[in-house]
Design a protein around this ligand. Structure first.
Ligand code: ADE
Length: 249
């Protein structure tokens, strides 16, 4: 049976995944706690990614080399960039790019040296399965959320977006930087700090990867206000519901 890695970005998200696992046991490797067990009868290992690209790359490598996973599913939050990508929407990555990779003029801007490319793809089949899970979750979302929270964040009609996800070692929290990213990479939907690092490692090892991110903020001057509140009140509900829908299928 293929073992699935479930990677969470935040403690609350990991807690909502562990709540679905009846028999997990903890193994510590490289200072990370890996939770090995089952979810809906399937072999899984759940872990926090760590924040930033280096932590994420190490976690991805350990999942592949020390825990023998056969596919990786990542759930977390991101800042919305694309027009219409609102707080409470969900972004399913079909491609990844490191927005802070810049070895120019030796290599083209954003190209990862040694790879001849800037963009890495999600696994189409795994992303399709996650797409179904997201659609199901968004359908039943009102049951997972407090009506006051739905009202406060304007979560009435959350949408699923699919496309390019950016990663970099920076929390994007100014309107200026957000606009610069949108100008430079007009098809980018959202920005976070780990997905593209997972994608590069998964490319190296031929490992299927899919990443889903709930939009917690608009990566603008208000991001530092919206982000912590969203984490507390909303994000963990999304992750648990998406992972449950994925494994029910
Ligand atoms: N994760 C959630 N919001 C983010 C932002 N604005 N920048 C980087 N990572 C994020």
């Amino acid at each position: 049976m293929t073992r699935t890695a479930i990677v969470a970005a935040l403690h609350d998200e990991l807690a909502s995944v562990l709540a679905l696992m009846p028999d997990e046991h903890r193994q510590v490797v490289g200072g990370r706690e890996f939770w090995v067990g089952h979810l809906h009868g399937q072999d899984v290992v759940a872990v926090l990614s760590g924040i930033g690209k280096v932590a994420a790359a190490t976690t991805a490598t350990l999942l592949i080399r020390s825990f023998g996973v056969g596919r990786i599913v990542f759930t977390g939050v991101a800042g919305g960039l694309g027009p219409g990508v609102k707080v409470g929407d969900v972004v399913l990555a079909r491609a990844f790019l490191q927005h802070d990779m810049d070895a120019s003029p030796i290599f083209p801007r954003h190209e990862v040296p040694g790879y001849g490319r800037a963009r890495f793809d999600a696994d189409p089949g795994l992303a399709d399965a996650l797409e179904l899970a997201c659609e199901r979750m968004l359908h039943t979302l009102p049951q997972h959320l407090d009506p006051a929270v739905v009202h406060a964040f304007g979560l009435q009609a959350p949408r699923l977006h699919q496309g390019l996800l950016l990663s970099g070692d920076r929390f994007v929290a100014t309107t200026g930087e957000s606009q610069a990213l949108q100008r430079e990479l007009p098809d980018a939907l959202a920005v976070e700090m780990e997905g593209a690092a997972f994608a590069q490692v998964c490319h190296d090892f031929g490992m299927p990867l899919a990443v889903v991110r709930t939009i917690s903020d608009r990566a603008d001057d208000l991001a530092h206000v919206d982000f912590p509140r969203f984490l507390r009140e909303v994000a963990s509900r999304y992750s648990g519901a998406i992972i449950e829908a994925l494994f029910e299928n």
